[in-house]
Design a protein around this ligand. Structure first.
Ligand code: WTA
Length: 652
């Protein structure tokens, strides 16, 4: 973000006080902050009572082995029973849980009673395949009801799932399966995308040829396309799940039983397996979903547009909303299929009341035509949420006016894969938000902006975002790597969690999250590490060295720009650049494809050999170069600029 843009942002003084009618009916009242301040643990204990426990806890928080937290110690519960069975038991079996909107426009409604049967059948089938509590199951599925059923079935039998976004490559899937040593992979023959089908099982076939732990691949038939079949290893979902018994006795697991592993990019080339457990995670996802979205489960229709491959899909499609007994829309397809107003058509069709999406989507819709939604009846909407990256005030204002009819409160929610649940956000009916600010930590959460020495900054200043106290949904570690957890999050300053984000405090002590301060890029709300893309590039035989930066991008937040030095007498050219982009897509997935690849003769390095990314960012964002005096060879930037003048661009 340029300095000008930043100072404009911080002088944003528009505020949007709650509408009195909304305020009157709001789930939370202003005194909730006060209540949580009196006793943070008592506050979370009260929220944990919203769930059904088989055995109560003896201790709310055990922080004696910090930074490894244990919440609700001694308590036992079954997460899937909390998300499904207890609603049926409460007489809500006929309530719609999922409204599945296929890309084709077909709709399928699944009630809580039906969902219970499906989850029990899948639990029985997984047990039949030899999966027992503690075994890991990888899930590589598109946005179809079976994805949610698969996750809940794993939770039901205590088998931690590792969902891998179906847009990731076979290679990315393979490394994640191996890291978690998954026993079963659940996938589909393929998925619908923009009116045609894309294969999925082929990637699984490629991945599992190098994954010794995998015994079974369970395949949902979605597209009907031909697949290659290994009868020793592959089984059809409709043959083993749909025919299984819908009777299943669920067992309760300890509050700290692992619920899932979700891989996210860190600052090295190897993704981190973020580990989440059961009781604390479900407590915070359920409470925040109820409070931040002002959920009225009996009348709301909620729609979160995320994919289950990301944490937002885990916490705010599956666990939080279903624990609250919500009725929600899930959509299989892309926003522009078959036309660019598809989302607004879906809101109108299903009378969606609560919408949760990402700034990159909002900016895309603005580009497609700010008046496009006007042709649809969006009057059912009563609250809008944003997540994944900073939302610029222009997008915030359009979201409120163009989509929210100038009445819907907007909740800009800051959180991470690691935090498991929302941490910083306005509370609707209570907070008067400013466009672009995530405002203040939620009740029961402590966050601060600190300087280089770890001291909290005064209002009006910037620094690093940290969390000072443990919270129920916090990660419990990195799968198989205790030390990396301590080093990454807890070592910058004593006893505080370093989120990796830069932030500013405004004069009223509201938090403005500015984006990552480490080597992690945020592209369309997806975290991708520069090192991961660099490793993918140098694994291509034509590449000697690569440096990757995230350059500001109006649409996607950041765009990936790569600087590449070729080996020997490779000369570059359009064809090689296309090949390199394809290579990155193959190694990681299409989302990691560089927006631009520049072939350069040298990279700017300090005397100690560290690449000066700041200078590369200046080049990528077409700015005048900053200070170059620390370069080992200050003439290298001239070489790069000359080389760029000669190198073919690639903006595809
Ligand atoms: C960024 C997504 C500003 C931030 C839930 C964070 C945000 C990273 C916001 C986590 C927001 C998320 N305002 N930045 N409201 N929400 N971020 O793990 O940089 O995919 O560290 O979790 O997204 O991304 P992740």
């Amino acid at each position: 973000m340029s300095d000008d843009a930043l100072s404009n942002l911080l002088h944003e003084d528009r505020t949007f006080p709650p509408d009195p009618a909304f305020e009157k009916r709001a789930n939370v009242k202003p005194d909730v902050y006060e209540e949580a301040t009196i006793s943070r643990t008592a506050f979370w204990e009260e929220q944990a009572r919203r769930l059904a426990w088989d055995t109560g806890w003896d201790q709310v928080l055990d922080w004696s082995d910090a930074p490894f937290a244990r919440w609700f110690v001694g308590g036992r519960l079954n997460v899937a029973v909390n998300c499904v069975d207890r609603h049926v038991a409460a007489g809500l079996g006929n309530r719609t849980a999922l409204i599945f909107e296929a890309e084709s426009g077909d709709t399928q409604e699944i009630t809580y009673a039906h969902l219970q049967d499906m989850v029990c059948q899948a639990a029985n089938a997984l047990t039949g395949l030899g999966v027992v509590a503690g075994d890991r199951v990888a899930i590589y599925l598109p946005m179809i009801p079976q994805a949610i059923v698969a996750m809940l079935a794993c939770a039901r039998i205590g088998a931690p799932h590792s969902v891998v976004f179906a847009g990731f490559s076979a290679e990315a899937l393979r490394s994640r399966i191996n890291d978690a040593e998954a026993k079963v992979v659940i996938t589909a023959d393929g998925q619908f995308r923009r009116g045609s089908t894309l294969p999925l099982k082929a990637a699984v076939d490629e991945a599992v040829s190098h994954t010794p732990s995998v015994e079974t691949v369970l395949v949902v038939r979605r597209t009907g396309d031909d697949v290659t079949w290994d009868p020793e290893r592959d089984v059809w979902w409709h043959e083993v799940v749909d025919t299984a018994s819908p009777e299943h006795e669920a067992q309760a697991f300890p509050a700290e039983h692992p619920l899932f592993i979700l891989y996210t990019s860190g600052t090295t080339g190897t993704p981190k397996g973020i580990l989440h457990t059961s009781g604390g995670y479900l407590t915070q996802t359920a409470w925040t979903h109820w409070a931040v979205f002002d959920l009225k489960a009996e009348s709301d229709v909620y729609w979160c547009t995320a994919d289950i491959g990301w944490v937002t899909g885990h916490s705010y499609i599956v666990y939080g909303p279903l624990a609250n007994g919500v009725t929600q829309v899930i959509y299989e397809g892309t926003p522009d299929t078959p036309h660019k107003a598809r989302w607004w058509e879906i809101v109108q069709k299903h009378r969606v009341t609560l919408l949760y999406t990402a700034p990159t989507a909002i900016r895309t819709f603005m580009k497609w035509g700010e008046r496009l939604p006007d042709d649809y009846d969006l009057s059912s909407l009563r609250l809008l949420g944003s997540v994944g990256e900073p939302i610029n005030p222009e997008a915030w204002m359009w979201y409120r006016r163009g989509i929210g009819g100038d009445t819907c409160p907007i909740v800009d929610t800051w959180w991470q894969t690691e935090t498991g649940a929302i941490m910083i956000s306005p509370l609707p009916g209570v907070t008067a938000p400013k466009p672009g600010s995530a405002m203040t930590p939620l009740p029961g959460i402590s966050a601060a902006v600190v300087d280089d020495h770890g001291a909290p900054v005064a209002p009006g200043n910037g620094g690093y975002l940290v969390l000072q106290q443990p919270w129920p949904a916090m990660l419990r570690g990195i799968w198989g790597n205790k030390q990396r957890y301590i080093d990454t999050y807890w070592s910058r300053w004593p006893d505080v969690y370093f989120a990796g984000d830069g932030a500013k405090l405004d004069e009223d002590s509201n938090i403005w999250v500015l984006g990552r301060v480490d080597d992690v890029m945020n592209v369309s709300g997806h975290r991708i590490s520069t090192t991961e893309v660099e490793s993918a590039l140098v694994s291509h035989p034509a590449v000697a060295e690569a440096a990757v930066v995230g350059a500001a991008d109006d649409m996607t937040g950041q765009g990936i720009v790569a600087f590449v030095i070729l080996r020997g007498d490779n000369t570059g050219g359009e064809e090689l650049i296309t090949e390199l982009r394809g290579h990155v897509a193959h190694e990681i997935g299409p989302i990691a494809k560089p927006r631009q690849i520049m072939i350069v003769p040298e990279l700017p390095k300090t005397r100690s050999g560290k690449i000066m990314r700041r200078l590369l960012r200046d080049v990528a964002e077409q700015r005048d170069l900053g200070d170059v005096t620390t370069l080992a060879d200050p003439t290298v930037m001239n070489l790069i600029s000359q080389g760029l003048a000669a190198a073919p661009g690639d903006d595809a």
